[in-house]
Design a protein around this ligand. Structure first.
Ligand code: BTX
Length: 328
């Protein structure tokens, strides 16, 4: 409910002081009696809210944490997310997962943090990963495959994330090739696939997933205001992060199995059904320059096909995509 969300937002942004029932009621636009009921409801949902006579209410803690127990309780996978390595704060879960890969950690190991100090995106870009509101995690896989297959895992992960979001939030999301998941044209999730490999074989694959979950509009820094959004903004409710993690693990494990048994074709079909860019006029900025044309689809390898004005079809392995004004 809107009131409950308002109460929670007020309490969570003033965790060091008590807020009176009247203050909360004013902010939520309801009566003090209603506030009292919503506080009870929040307690039932697992929030620890202290109340003091004449002082008011204070949020002490919340059950929506991402520790090993929070993730394991309700997890329906065989291996994915069964070995959880949790941090309150870390530089980057990718970095930790790379180390764990070297240390023979089992496949499906999940590294997750409340906060990343230096979360990263592709090409050394920064990924904003504040405490308490998002999901910042890396999954370790060890597929017996040549390294050329690695980019497909970004697409497999995207399909798994889309299905997890649909399960938990039931909202419309779209994939933008290769690694963004969008809601209302704003980025809600970014995926970063990295690998340790020799020329013939992948040793380990580290899939980084950054999901904006409970941020409100005010929580994003200026430069992200127009490009980022969160599940909570889209849905209008506070979302359980642990539940989202569990569903992502579930679908990722499922699609990984399908992929290893049947190849990329079944995933490709699903991916294309969620993709935003197919059939559109796009601009692709690659390391070797900029191309414009129609996005035809992806190949069986997960490579983007772009047809330029002369009818030449280009294979694009890595790029940033923008819609051209020609679509309008
Ligand atoms: P990317 O290079 O496609 O996108 C990075 C760009 O996205 C940034 O330059 C910025 O414009 C924008 N951005 C930064 N932070 C956010 C955010 N929170 N929400 C929306 N947009 C944002 C995408 O890279 C891949 C990101 C993977 C992040 C995960 S988190 C767990 C793991 N650990 C780690 O260090 N990275 C991965």
């Amino acid at each position: 409910s809107k009131i409950r969300k308002s109460v929670l937002v007020s309490l969570s942004s003033h965790q060091d002081v008590y807020l009176s029932g009247q203050q909360l009621a004013d902010e939520a636009g309801c009566s003090r009696t209603a506030i009292w009921k919503h506080i009870e409801e929040l307690r039932n949902e697992g929030f620890t809210i202290e109340s003091r006579r004449k002082k008011g209410y204070r949020l002490v803690g919340r059950s929506d944490q991402l520790t090993e127990n929070d993730i394991l309780l309700g997890l329906e996978t065989k291996t994915f997310g069964r070995n959880v390595v949790y941090f309150d704060s870390v530089d980057s879960t990718q970095k930790i997962a790379h180390q764990l890969a070297q240390d023979q950690a089992p496949e499906g190991t999940l590294v997750i943090a409340e906060e990343q100090k230096t979360g990263r995106g592709r090409m050394a870009r920064a990924w904003y990963s504040p405490s308490g509101t998002g999901i910042w995690m890396s999954v370790l896989l060890r597929p017996t495959l040549p390294p050329q297959k690695a980019p497909q895992f970004t697409l497999i992960t995207a399909v798994a994330v889309v299905q997890a979001i649909q399960d938990v939030c039931d909202i419309q999301v779209e994939i933008k090739w290769p690694n963004d998941i969008l809601v209302n044209n704003r980025k809600i999730t970014g995926i970063l696939t990295e690998l340790q490999a020799d020329s013939e074989q992948i040793h380990s694959l580290i899939i980084g997933i950054g999901m904006n979950v409970n941020q409100q509009t005010d929580d994003f820094p200026e430069e992200l205001l127009d490009i980022a959004t969160s599940l909570s903004i889209a849905k209008g409710e506070i979302i359980s992060r642990a539940k989202v993690v569990q569903h992502v693990m579930f679908h990722l494990e499922r699609y990984y199995k399908i992929y290893m048994e049947k190849g990329f074709a079944p995933i490709k079909l699903l991916w294309e059904s969620y993709a935003l860019s197919i059939g559109k006029h796009i601009t692709a900025r690659t390391m070797n320059g900029t191309l414009t044309g129609i996005a035809l689809g992806i190949t069986d390898e997960g490579v983007l096909l772009l047809e330029d004005e002369n009818g030449t079809i280009h294979q694009i392995y890595s790029a940033d995509i923008e819609w051209s004004s020609k679509n309008l």
